[in-house]
Write a protein that binds this ligand. Sequence first.
Ligand code: 5RP
Length: 286
Amino acid sequence: MSWGLQNRLAQIINPETGKTVLLAVDHGYFMGPVSGLEDPAKTVADIIQYCDALSPTKGILHHSIDPNTSTPMILRASGGGSMARQVPIENDATGKTRVIGLEDEVITCTAEEAVALNAAGVTISIYVGTEMQRQSIDNLATMTREAHKYGLPVIGITAVGGELDALRVEGKEAEFAKYLANAARIAVEHGADIVKTYFVGKGHFDKVIGGCPAPIVIAGGKKEPAQQALEFTYMAMQTGAIGVDMGRNIFQSKEPVKMIQAVRDIVHRGDSVDAVMSRYNLKKDD
Ligand code: 5RP
C-alpha cells in the first residue's frame, strides 16, 4: 500500500480506535434537496466537528463547505441515475418500455478532480443484480484503477433500491443479508478499500461481515426513531463494522448534534445505547 493511500485511510479511519464516523450529505445527487439538507452549509455547521470525515458531492463541496475546514472530504464520484424513467426495450419491435432509475450511473468525479479537491477518498455505488450491474461494477473497477495511482482510497457502496429494498422492507432478512454479502464481496473483488453497506437484522449481518475482507461501514437508510438507529448502529459495531457513513438518521433527527455525538460514542467507545441516550438526553423518537 502506498504512503498516500495509507495516509488518506488514516484520515478516514481514526488510527487510535480503528473506527470511523462519516457524515453523508451527498443525497442531493439523486434525491434533490431532501428534508434537512436544503441548505447543506447550515446542515453541517453544528455537526461537522463530530465526524471523522464528511461525504458530500463535488458541487456541495464548492458551494457549501468552507475550504478552511480541517475535516477530510470523501467525494461522491458516481451518479447520473436520479429519477426512474421509461426507456424503450432494445431490439423489441412491440414498443414496450422498461423502467431505469438510480442504478444507471456513470463516474461523475474523476480521480484527478478528487485529488485536485484534496479529497481523502471517493465513493462509488454498485448495483448488483440490476440491469446496470456490469456498468456500475465497471465504474468501481475503473475508479479504483485510477484512484490508486494517486493513493486515493475508494469506498464501494452496495446500493439498494426497488425490488432489493423490498426484501428489507418485507423483513426477508436472510435473503437481504445474502444479497448484501454478495454485493459487499463483489465490491472488494473490484478494488474497494472500504465497503459501505446496510445493517441487516441481528444474526444476519455476520454473513456480510464474514465474507468481506475489507472494512465495512454502514449507511443509516431512511430516518428511523433515534433509539432504533442507535440500536442498529450498536449491533453493526458489535458484529464487526468499523463505523458508519450515515446521513438522514443524523441530519433529519430532531436533535442532530446530540444524535451524532451518540453515534460517535457507540462507534469509537463502544458505549451502549442506554448510556448514550441518557448522556445526551435523547428521546426515543428524536
Ligand atoms: C446512497 C447513499 C446515500 O446518498 C447516503 O450516503 C446514505 O446515507 P443515509 O442512508 O444514512 O441517509 O449512499 O447509496
